[in-house]
Design a protein around this ligand. Structure first.
Ligand SMILES: Cc1cc2nc3c(=O)[nH]c(=O)nc-3n(C[C@H](O)[C@H](O)[C@H](O)COP(=O)(O)OP(=O)(O)OC[C@H]3O[C@@H](n4cnc5c(N)ncnc54)[C@H](O)[C@@H]3O)c2cc1C
Ligand code: FES
Ligand code: FES
Length: 1300
């Protein structure tokens, strides 16, 4: 086969047809910009542009593919462009890459190449259209298309806003005012100047490069063969038939029909088939035919093309998935397809071929029949033509066709399965006396709710047919529907799913129902006339549901920074170092380091049982699987069995006889490729024995019962504040022993854990690791190998996202590679697949909190006592820091007296580790939940209770002792007031009240929360060397994780050395190179965590420069004074909830953040926004569940939902204050502010419940209402009332009768 990558031609003779495009690019070409992150089509890190020549049309089609799913053989004859091909350091960067860098849209950079290619593809395609010529410097892309181009790409660092800005900067219809902070222009410059400063773009040059040689070589239907494997591309139905008839096999494992192969993204495939048959070249399967009877769509046509042909806009673009593939997955494997539901509602027919036999069935029959035979092929589907028509010849009234689709899913866009989907088609006409609407006929399809396949609600259809719609008819229909939509046993949130069906049917039909205005308050009265049916579109009276709903993506954003010239270039918002090479994919991550010759690959075999003796490991096949060299386990460890050693404790590398938890490492299988190692680990069967072992401890309650705790060293246990009993005695009211619970969260760094170990001469070893803690990794490896420290060298250049997950959890990964490499004396590397990574990660600490609080009638709290049980998992990790971190944040309000008992429970679950803002985010939630509880007990406004409990400078001293700083430094009260004015908090509160009065099905809430963060500095080393040519090399203890450490260090070096420099400091910044962490070059680098490494590293560099310059003594003293302090931020947040689905939309966020003396406000802004969005994930989206054995069950992008560009605040305003009092970190505290989304959601839910209670005729107040974390759609909907529609209709019926 032949293909081109960038401009390089590749001819391949021996291709294993199960090879993906990603595997090929990463292992057989120098182009590493396609990154593996999820391997299931869910993150976009692997996106490449595919250009395909169509000889019939003489046209080149350009589209993106997820290279992790695309099979290499299927791109025979295609040209591939990856980020390096878009632009690079040698040939020049593309304006996309330069703008990504200049808009500060790349932090760790792991997602950036994929983002750039997604945007590139959108530009190429938009600029090919015959839309009007755009303004000079812009493309034909629209703002909305620009934003959507990256909707399938995940980024865990930036919070998406800067990425959206970089994309929008190309859009023809962009308002330059809407583009956020960047390094191109300054505030106040004219649009013309701004445009001239943007890296220029010429839309006429936008094209992919399709080579002539491929056009000539292109042979449709080329068959490929390799080592007993075959890839066939039949070009006619006859060829297809004969291929299907050939071969004896009837089972599903020896032959596979493929089109886009995207199905493997969901159903992971662990087999290599003998024969692959690609359907794309069979004309009958690839064409769309329209005639008067309907539209016939070939099964191999992509869903995007089918949607285009049906002239419908749709957000869902599964990157080249075909219509047939989707329906086959729904039919054979019960895939909860959206497609099947939509097609079912419009009476679709399917055309099947089995052998020579062709058969036409209704989709309904097709879905309901037993799984299609593996040798049967779905040829095409046919959607009959539907047109509005005359009801009858004598009638004045036409009938109208109404068609709507609905879907409730954890996220609006991207790969997310629906909780329920629905599609409704109805034929309606006005009543002859013009008093209502008659529903002549309807087709109501529902799917994905925990049913084998999509179904038609026939009983409801029959009931409604011919009826004039009224509230009672609607109510009856809904009662029937309740009996139909019943999810199968074992489906999650069954009641929620049923309630969605009702909500959607109500949303579809209610605008057609007429009710007296005095009941409906102007609603439900929009469609009682023939006029309506004749002239207007269906959703005319639709504001209640979402006609004026906020758009899916970002609306606007404002960033205010106050940069300072005092320590120039420190404090300047300069572009992040290395951002352009990150965007072009040339930045080297551990897995991008070319494999040394003879390199082996490893994969962990982990326990699936908690507390079980491991008797042995076998493989399903009986012998060693393909490519496997051996298995390494505890007996191969030459030194001590340690997988992680820190000052706080140790954990073993491999289970020694007994596996302690599900996810515990048992062994390490070594093979010739990563794929073989992963397949082998998956085939391993572990023989367990639980005899004479205690049952495992799987909850904090059991841990307490069995006194199973981890120790907290006294120096890490914080002090109580004041006297709790006295505080309680002062209180007018008390809440006693209320409970809260919090779950875990997974890091979801885009680059999973990875390491490469290379044995060196003289018993030494070099290990490349993606770690936040090179020093501890070094020490652990030395101890485990039984080597002196100087024989080990640990190198970390950059990390593709850490968030605490690579602080300690990376250490066993590097150590396992080192042990294997040392034993086998061959290089060994490992790149954990996402599933294994998620199972072993442990994540954030779950906890159970019991609190008692006393307070005055005005809301002033006088005493708080907390009993906190933290689930720390099995090993100590860094859990001992939790009490101090939690109490640091708990002290953010003046509680009068604060008493606590915090226990670290040792359970048989993977050890929990620090995750960004460890303990602080949980404490932030606890404090706000208590404030809310107090407010609702007293029926007071929550904001007033927050305000009255803010610290005064005196109480601050009591709670924070010496760290309280000087009175002038306490900026929180002024920020609190500033936020209220700048974001019109009170005015917006009033507007929200007004909105809630007039909207039944959408409610809004607003909240304002403060956060206070105690900053602790750790010493870290630095080394500055000036080379002969005047260039400067800097080493620091910290690691570049995307947080901008290198950029800040460069700025500080330039500042520190500016006094010995003749040229400008900008030039000096360019002369500085910060190099990778190397534990033999700079020892005692410690751990890059806790948000302060940049500050500490900068201080170390400054001191080095001091030595070189010997002049900056005065500044040194000044900075030294500022080493420990507290900082403040506040935030206002406004959300909207949809009462029918439980969906929450964050409408607006306003953050004011006192950064003290920011080293680089642009970098800090990125940290603030990114952390905040990660916090939204924790509070609203991310569920990290386990089964009853404690084995993590959310193990990929399909089940674990981090925020995407469509879930961030629609208006996102951040102001960074440069109060200059101290240097404050920006990496973690903003995360805690995201609690406000939760608080505002709670406020909106309360509004919904008030309404529900009024419909139910009850008067009970909602004091003990609790909103779980994460507040997912089912959780929100449940609190809003699962039966809210029924209650409303009952109430309406009663009141309608009353008014009559
Ligand atoms: C990131 C992502 C997001 C997605 N989002 C959604 C979504 O929101 N809603 C939704 O409904 N779906 C979604 N999907 C599913 C997607 O629609 C299907 O994966 C896709 O349509 C399958 O088509 P394919 O050509 O890739 O099939 P393949 O993966 O090539 O094939 C799938 C299966 O069907 C068989 N097959 C394919 N064509 C035929 C045929 N004509 N006759 C007989 N057997 C055949 C194959 O042998 C295989 O078993 C998503 C998928 C991904 C990867
Ligand atoms: S989409 Fe391919 S790696 Fe995630
Ligand atoms: S910059 Fe996007 S994942 Fe790190």
């Amino acid at each position: 086969m032949a293909l081109q990558v960038q401009v390089e031609k590749f001819e391949l003779y021996d291709v294993d047809p199960s090879t993906t495009l990603l595997e090929f690019l990463r292992s057989q070409t120098p182009f590493k910009s396609v990154k593996l992150s999820c391997g299931e089509g869910g993150c976009g890190a692997c996106v490449a542009l595919l250009s395909k020549y169509d000889p019939v049309l003489d046209q080149v089609e350009d589209f993106t593919v997820n290279s992790c799913l695309t099979l290499l053989c299927s791109v025979n004859g295609c040209s591939i462009t990856t980020a390096e091909g878009v632009g690079n350091s040698k040939d020049g960067f593309h304006p996309i890459q330069k703008r990504f860098a200049g808009f500060h849209a790349s932090q760790c950079g792991f997602c950036t190449p994929g983002m750039c290619v997604s945007l590139y593809s959108a530009l190429v395609n938009a600029d090919k259209t015959n839309r009007p010529e755009p303004r000079r410097g812009f493309s034909k892309l629209t703002v909305s298309e620009a934003e959507k181009s990256i909707a399938g790409n995940l980024c865990r660092c930036t919070g998406y806003r800067p990425i959206a800005d970089a994309c929008k900067s190309f859009a023809a219809d962009v308002d330059m005012e809407d583009l956020g902070l960047n390094s191109f222009w300054k505030k106040g410059e004219s649009d013309e100047v701004r445009l001239s400063r943007l890296p220029s773009y010429n839309h006429n040059n936008a094209s992919s490069n399709f080579p002539e040689f491929l056009k000539k070589e292109l042979k449709a239907g080329a068959n490929l063969a390799s080592k007993g494997y075959h890839w066939y591309s039949p070009v006619s139905l006859e060829q297809l038939q004969s291929l299907l008839q050939g071969g004896e096999e009837n089972d599903e494992t020896s032959m596979k029909i493929v089109v886009g192969n995207t199905g493997t993204g969901y159903y992971k495939e662990l087999v290599v088939y003998e024969r692959y048959i690609d359907l794309k070249y069979v004309p009958e399967l690839s064409t769309i035919r329209k005639d008067q009877t309907g539209i016939e769509i070939g099964a191999a046509v992509t869903i995007s093309k089918a949607i285009k042909a049906l002239k419908e806009e749709n957000d869902y673009d599964p990157h080249r998935g075909s219509v047939g593939g989707n329906l086959i997955m729904a039919q054979r494997k019960q895939f909860p397809s959206d497609m099947a539901t939509i097609l079912l509602s419009v009476g679709t027919l399917v055309n099947i071929m089995t052998g020579q036999k062709h058969e036409e069935l209704t989709l309904e029959d097709f879905l309901g029949m037993p799984p299609l035979h593996p040798k049967s092929v779905l040829l095409s589907i046919k959607i009959p033509c539907w047109v509005s028509r005359k009801k009858d010849v004598s009638s004045e009234t036409d009938t109208k066709l109404l068609f709507e689709t609905y879907r409730a899913a954890p996220r609006p866009l991207g790969n997310t399965l629906s909780y329920l989907n629905a599609a409704f088609l109805a034929e309606v006409s006005a009543c002859s006396d013009s008093t209502g609407v008659v529903l002549n006929n309807c087709w109501l399809a529902f799917g994905a709710y925990g049913t084998k396949h999509a179904i038609r609600a026939r009983k409801v259809e029959e009931f409604l047919a011919g009826k004039t719609l009224s509230v009672s008819v609607l109510y009856e229909a809904i009662k029937i529907l309740e009996t139909i939509i019943v999810p199968e046993d074992g489906t999650s949130s069954p009641a929620y799913r049923s309630s969605l069906a009702i909500g959607f049917l109500f949303e579809f039909l209610s605008p057609l129902v007429d009710t007296p205005p005095e009941i409906s308050n102007g609603w439900l009265n929009g469609c009682n006339s023939t006029e309506w049916l004749m002239g207007s579109k269906f959703k005319q009276n639709y504001d209640q549901f979402g006609e004026t709903k906020p758009p899916t993506l970002l609306l606007s954003a404002k960033q205010v920074i106050h940069s300072s010239k005092e320590y120039h270039p420190v404090g300047e918002p300069i572009q992040k170092t290395g951002a352009t090479i990150q965007a072009s994919g040339e930045a080297v991550y551990v897995d991008d380091i070319p494999s040394p010759s003879n390199c082996l690959h490893g994969a962990f075999i982990y326990s699936t049982e908690p507390l079980a003796r491991v008797k042995g490991i076998k493989f399903k096949s009986g012998s060693l699987p393909n490519g496997v060299t051996g298995i390494i386990s505890v007996k191969d460890i030459p030194g001590k069995n340690v997988g992680c050693v820190t000052g706080l404790g140790e954990e073993p590398l491999y289970a020694d006889e007994v596996a302690q938890c599900a996810g515990d490492r048992i062994a390490f299988v070594v093979a010739d490729t990563q794929k073989h190692a992963d397949l082998a680990a998956n085939l391993a069967v572990v023989d367990y024995d639980k005899e004479n072992l205690e049952p495992p401890i799987l909850s904090v309650e059991e841990a307490v019962e069995r006194c199973s705790f981890l120790e907290v060293p006294p120096f890490l246990y914080p002090e109580q504040v004041g006297n709790f009993s006295e505080g309680m005695a002062e209180a007018d009211h008390q809440i006693l022993s209320a409970e809260l619970k919090l779950g875990s969260q997974y890091y979801f760094y885009m680059e999973t854990q990875t390491a490469l170990a290379v044995p060196d001469e003289d018993n030494c070893i070099v290990v490349y690791s993606s770690t936040q803690s090179p020093e501890y990794t070094h020490d652990t490896i030395a101890k485990c190998l039984g080597l002196p420290g100087h024989n080990v060298r640990l190198i970390t250049r950059r990390v593709g996202g850490g968030f605490g997950g690579k602080a300690l959890k990376s250490i066993p990964v590097a150590t396992a590679c080192a042990v294997a490499a040392y034993k086998l004396q061959r290089p060994v590397r490992m790149y954990l697949n996402r599933k294994t990574d998620m199972i072993m990660a442990g994540g954030r600490h779950p906890m159970k909190i019991t609190y008692s609080v006393g307070f005055k009638s005005n809301g002033k709290i006088t005493a708080l006592k907390l009993d906190i049980l933290i689930d720390a998992g099995i090993y100590p990790d860094v859990s001992a820091i939790m009490p101090e971190h939690m109490v640091g944040t708990l002290r953010k309000y003046d509680w009068g007296a604060l008493s606590f008992d915090i226990k670290l429970c040792k359970t048989n679950l993977p050890s929990r580790s620090a995750m960004r803002a460890p303990g602080e985010i949980q404490a932030s939630f606890i404090t706000e939940a208590i404030i809310e509880h107090v407010a609702s007990t007293l029926s007071l406004d929550v904001d007033s209770v927050r305000t009255i409990n803010l610290h005064t400078y005196n109480s601050l001293g009591l709670f924070y002792k010496n760290n309280a700083g000087e009175p002038l430094e306490y900026t929180l009260p002024s920020i609190w007031d500033k936020l209220a004015t700048s974001s019109s908090f009170y005015h917006r509160t009033e507007m929200i009240k007004q909105f809630n009065r007039t909207h039944k099905w959408r409610k809004r809430g607003i909240s304002r929360v403060p956060t206070v963060h105690e900053v602790g500095m750790r010493p870290t080393p630095g080394k500055v060397s000036i080379l002969k040519d005047g260039t400067i090399v800097v080493e620091v203890g910290g690691v570049e994780l995307g947080q901008g450490l290198w950029t800040k260090v460069k700025q500080m070096t330039a500042y520190g050395l500016s006094l010995v420099q003749c040229g400008g400091t900008e030039e000096l910044v360019e002369r500085v190179r910060v190099i990778q962490a190397d534990t033999l070059s700079l020892i005692q680098g410690g751990m890059t965590a806790g948000s302060t490494t940049s500050e500490a590293s900068c201080e170390a560099v400054r001191l080095c420069c001091n030595v070189l310059v010997e002049r900056l003594t005065a500044l040194k003293e000044r900075l030294l004074e500022q080493m420990k302090s507290i900082d403040w931020e506040t935030l206002i947040l406004q959300v909207e909830i949809n009462l029918l689905t439980g969906e929450t939309t964050t409408l607006r966020t306003d953050i004011i953040y006192d950064c003290g003396q920011s080293l680089n406000p642009a970098v800090d802004l990125g940290q603030i926004e990114g952390a905040y969005v990660q916090g939204i994930g924790f509070f609203m989206l991310e569920e990290y569940p386990t089964n009853s054995d404690g084995l993590v069950t959310a193990n990929g992008t399909w089940s674990y939902k981090i925020p995407t560009v469509d879930t961030i605040p629609k208006q996102f305003n951040v102001e960074i204050l440069n109060s200059g009092h101290h240097q404050n970190p920006s990496g973690e505290p903003p995360l805690t502010l995201a609690v406000s989304v939760h608080c505002a959601t709670m406020a909106a839910i309360k509004e919904a419940r008030k309404q529900l209670i009024s419909w139910s005729g009850k008067k009970e107040p909602d004091i003990a209402l609790q909103l779980e974390v994460p507040a997912t759609m089912p959780v929100v909907k449940e609190l809003c009332g699962l039966d809210t529609i029924q209650k409303f209709l009952q109430w309406t019926i009663v009141n309608t009768i009353g008014t009559k």
